[in-house]
Design a protein around this ligand. Structure first.
Ligand SMILES: Cc1cc2nc3c(=O)[nH]c(=O)nc-3n(C[C@H](O)[C@H](O)[C@H](O)COP(=O)(O)O)c2cc1C
Length: 231
């Protein structure tokens, strides 16, 4: 006999709403309202349903609420952000990760100012987020081939995104950030993260302030999709 759960129709409108309105929230993080630890655990439990290369499940999630630790992490983030903005970092010099300039009529140029303003706010206030989550994966793979790198990132980033979605569905906001990684070792030492693990991101988490979130404007799907042959 079919299990009722298996044939339960999905509420597509709700699923699509969560998928299209999970933003990088910075200025609307509620720094005052405490976040119940049980909600973080619940969202993490859902995130663990993400794919994991060879079923290794070598993901680990560092949850930080201690104010002194949050302040130290925010300090690393600020130094990373300052170096990034100043073009002093190796990767940003190659332009691969840089915040680029576009033609004036390009959507991304029109959004640039808002992203910089919001990013600047987070940079100045990061330690005020009541919870920080750092997803980690076992292994160091900087020197490895693309297969290995894709396998390792692919075993932690989908879970990280699922975590943001699960938080969002509970009206908890977060923001995908990476700038503390310029000082990854310092943060690892602060939190006791073993040198054999790689940190993938840093999510400040808080209750969402204000009204609902909206879908973002993105490049048209036709512009970024190829069928059968490139271009
Ligand atoms: C790999 C990656 C790294 C990011 N790093 C940062 C960061 O360090 N700080 C920050 O404020 N936003 C960071 N972001 C958020 C982007 O700026 C954001 O996703 C983008 O502006 C689109 O906005 P949205 O997420 O609200 O749709 C990062 C996003 C990604 C995917």
């Amino acid at each position: 006999m079919m299990n009722d759960q298996a044939i339960r129709p999905l509420d597509l409108a709700s699923v699509d709403h969560v998928l299209t309105t999970t933003r990088s929230v910075r200025q609307r993080l509620d720094f005052e309202r405490p976040v119940p630890p049980a909600m973080i655990t619940e969202a993490l439990r859902i995130a663990l349903q993400a794919p994991t290369g060879a079923n290794t499940q070598t993901w680990r999630f560092m949850v930080v609420t201690d104010p002194a630790k949050r302040a130290a992490i925010a300090d690393c983030y600020r130094r990373g952000a300052a170096a990034y903005v100043g073009g002093e970092t190796g990767l940003s010099r190659t332009g691969v990760t840089a915040m680029r300039e576009y033609e004036a009529d390009d959507l991304r140029q029109q959004q640039r100012e808002a992203v910089l303003k919001s990013g600047g706010f987070l940079m100045e206030n990061l330690e005020r987020a009541p919870v920080m989550i750092i997803p980690c994966i076992e292994g160091r793979f900087e020197q490895d081939d693309v297969f290995t790198q894709a396998s390792m990132w692919g075993s932690i980033l989908p879970a990280t995104w699922s975590l943001m979605l699960a938080l969002r569905a509970r009206r908890l906001a977060s923001a995908w950030t990476t700038l503390h990684l310029y000082h990854e070792r310092e943060v690892a030492d602060l939190l006791g993260i073993p040198a054999t693990y790689t940190q993938a991101a840093l999510l400040p988490v808080a209750w969402l302030k204000g009204g609902d979130l909206k879908p973002a404007r993105r490049l048209p799907v036709e512009q970024v999709t190829y069928w059968e042959h490139w271009a």
